[in-house]
Design a protein around this ligand. Sequence first.
Ligand code: C5P
Length: 232
Amino acid sequence: MTTAIKFWAVVPAAGVGKRMNADRPKQYLELAGKTVIEHTLLRLLSANVFTAVAVAISKEDPYWPELEVSGHEQVITADGGKERADSVLSALKSIRDLASDEDWVLVHDAARPCITATDINLLIDTLRADEVGGILALSSHDTLKDVQGKNIVGTLDRSHIWRALTPQMFKYGSLKNALEIAEGNPAITDEASALELQGLQPKIVEGRPDNIKITRPEDLALAQFYMEHQND
Ligand code: C5P
């Protein structure tokens, strides 16, 4: 008997977000009446495709248990790690008895609260028959410079350059394996790079530009603007 392939969401949410200069990690800042992470999780849950969402939270985080969503029956809390990749690996391990190697995992930053069901479904529909998996990405509209110090030493061919967004969608078994092999490697700043290190070539799926990552204070106002204008 073959078991049906499941979809899991993994949300790394154990960062401190230094560039926000705020009194708390950026995922707990308020945006349109809720915290950033509540928007992110409620959007993932309401897409109705995930068996559960595993969220990696720092052990010293006093904010998470206060949120109603932390007790949601489809939300699993895992310990965060030193780097983003450690947090993702920890969340994957927290569902090891529930997930099978062939299940799909969509890893999504807690700090991207404007994610839409449209983009989640586009990623899944494009990649569910793929061998490797892939990521939402955006092409670059700006000319990109190679800079050393303050000096431009070259101009990159932007036709080959894409900005990696999340979700990033990979098979549970191959993602866990790739992250375990890459553990401690500072070059692993997203899931795709761990698979690339194995010689694999994840696909890109063009995503929506409103799927921004909250990084700097002004991003909160921009996210609010996008949310008010999204109707899907
Ligand atoms: O800092 P940056 O915006 O790149 O972080 C991306 C995501 O990874 C955020 O949701 C952040 O909370 C998470 N993260 C994590 N564990 C870390 C560092 C970052 O879960 N050690």
